[in-house]
Design a protein. Structure first.
Length: 288
């Protein structure tokens, strides 16, 4: 992984964001050259424009909010390749300038995904207006830089420490089984890092007829391949036609290659988004 550490890591967010925390967890060090990006689309553009010395980390699904569909589109349209994955336990915290109470708060600012994951807690305070922003950490940063009283942010403990905010409530997410899955991606023109691969992310398109999807999925069963995700996406400009994104896990790379040769025949189109090492299985018993 050492040569990957030499890369600049593009994240969606600002210092203290969850993308940065996921990058640190994946690479195992805080000595990373983090490049902030305000949006996921801009993240993709930065990677395409700097393919040789940049990587990116991009959220792809959350256990509460579900699949982040726009990010699959970005990966496909910008031809980015998945080279790894990471799961991060998400703990949301309500924070504000020091010496304020939650009764003093009129607005809560954060990324819409974070607000969505905290709705049960926020419903207890109907007087508080929810304001969407580009990033959790950016919300905290704005409060500090603009000295905004009566306004709180939802962000990480790291963000509270960086921007010197006081945490009013810890862990306000609706479920303590709250994790986000991230992809580590590179431009598709770059050489795939060496490694022991046991997982793949794949796009496929099947004909609009009975049994077409089942015939494709049978290729997995026949080769002892485990299906861990199945997500459909409409084909732009078509009616009743869909892409399917699948994640598969395997113990034998030869079986995976055989499965791919069979699924190529059983589908109208198949494209490998990435082959990589699967992250450790998240133990929900130890999350709370």
């Amino acid at each position: 992984m050492q040569h990957l550490l030499d890369k600049k890591i593009i994240v969606q967010g600002f210092p203290g964001c969850f993308h940065e925390e996921a990058a640190i967890k994946y690479f195992g060090t805080q000595k990373l050259n983090i490049i902030p990006s305000t949006t996921f689309n801009l993240l993709g553009e930065k990677l395409v424009n700097n393919p040789k010395d940049h990587l990116a980390i991009i959220a792809i699904e959350n256990s509460i909010a579900g699949t982040i569909l726009q990010n699959y589109r970005i990966l496909r349209e910008k031809q980015l390749r998945v080279i790894g994955e990471e799961y991060l336990r998400i703990r949301h915290n309500l924070m504000a300038l020091p010496n304020q109470r939650i009764e003093d708060i009129n607005e809560v600012h954060s990324h819409p995904m974070a607000l969505n994951q905290c709705l049960e807690f926020l419903a207890k305070y109907p007087h508080i207006r929810l304001v969407e922003s580009d990033d959790t950490a950016l919300s905290a940063k704005n409060i500090r830089e603009n000295k905004l009283n009566n306004i709180a942010a939802i962000a990480s403990e790291t963000a509270a420490r960086i921007y010197d905010l006081e945490i009013l409530n810890h862990g306000i997410e609706t479920s303590n089984v709250n994790y986000t899955r991230f992809f580590i991606v590179q431009d598709a023109t770059q050489i795939l890092p060496e490694g022991a691969y046991d997982k793949a992310s794949i796009y496929m398109r099947v004909s609009h007829e009975k049994g077409s999807l089942m015939r494709a999925l049978a290729c997995l069963y026949n080769n002892d391949i485990n299906l861990t995700k199945l997500q459909s996406f409409p084909v732009l400009g078509s009616v009743n036609e869909y892409y399917f994104h699948i994640d598969v896990e395997f113990d034998d790379f030869k079986k995976y290659k055989k499965m791919m040769s069979e699924i190529d025949v059983a589908t109208l189109m198949v494209d490998v988004l990435g082959v990589y090492k699967k992250a450790n299985i998240y133990d929900h018993q130890t999350i709370g």
